[in-house]
Design a protein around this ligand. Sequence first.
Ligand code: PCA
Length: 322
Amino acid sequence: MRFKLTLGVAALAVSSTVFAQTKWDLPTGYPANNFHTENVAQFAADVDRATGGKLKITVHANASLFKAPEIKRAVQGGQAQMGEILLSNFSNEWPIFGADGLPFLADSYDAAMKLYKAQKPLMERKFAEQGMMLLYTVPWPPQGIYVKKPIESAADLKGVKWRAYNPATARIAELVGAQPVTVQAAELSQAMATGVVESYMSSGSTGYDTKTFEHIKYWYDTQAWLPKNAVLVNKAAFDALDKPTQAAILKAGADAETRGWALSKTKNSEYIELLKKNGMTILPPSPQLKADMKKVGETMLQEWLQKAGAEGQAIVDAFKKM
Ligand code: PCA
């Protein structure tokens, strides 16, 4: 009898361990070898190790599970327990998400970190209202202009087919007289190959990922802004985990943020070298082009402040004081 009981307890312990394994999905919009995705994969591996395999997070790269603009809603609705989004993709929903997409408001890593600190409390509140948690953010490297022919000023961009990845990059096209078409990163190579895209603004990272050098030969290093990716967690899914697993996610998330910001910075110069190696000409913007783009930035900041109201002003004020 006693023997039987012990066996029963042991069997129960084994089955409850097996039963306790949780599987989560984490869709992202960027390719597996992109530094953001590698960072997310490292995060998932850290959680796996810290929980002894209790929480398995599968990273679905390159918009394979959800298209990039659909990931936020998927996490909110619980179709995915976690997901990586580009915050400024959602500036039409709430202008504060777009603060880091404004040209020349925060145009260095230091400034980007300050802007993040100014945005963060508001964004945490917003995501909480939407049933999510902001786990961490990582910036893309500084944004420059990919273009087929050399340009001296913004006027040289008139009429060119311009790829936008968010509302702000579409607005830039309008302001310089280019023709915007919104194409997410996962479809960009294809769009260049078919001639739909002749020009766009983005990082050296995305230029390299999408083999832009096969279609476009110039990149003007304007260092205009550093848009952030954010990794989100569905709050109900998080709350359903035991405390040690929750702690493992928070710790691995904090580590991923520190690692990701450093990685973005180092990778920036690596990507620029790789672009050069592959035949891309990297140029500083002419003083005229710089002045033109700054003017675009000023217009966009005014438009953004109009939409973002007191919250937007508070962020800009806090950022400028840091
Ligand atoms: N790459 C992403 C967003 C910003 C960036 O550097 C893209 O081009 O879609």
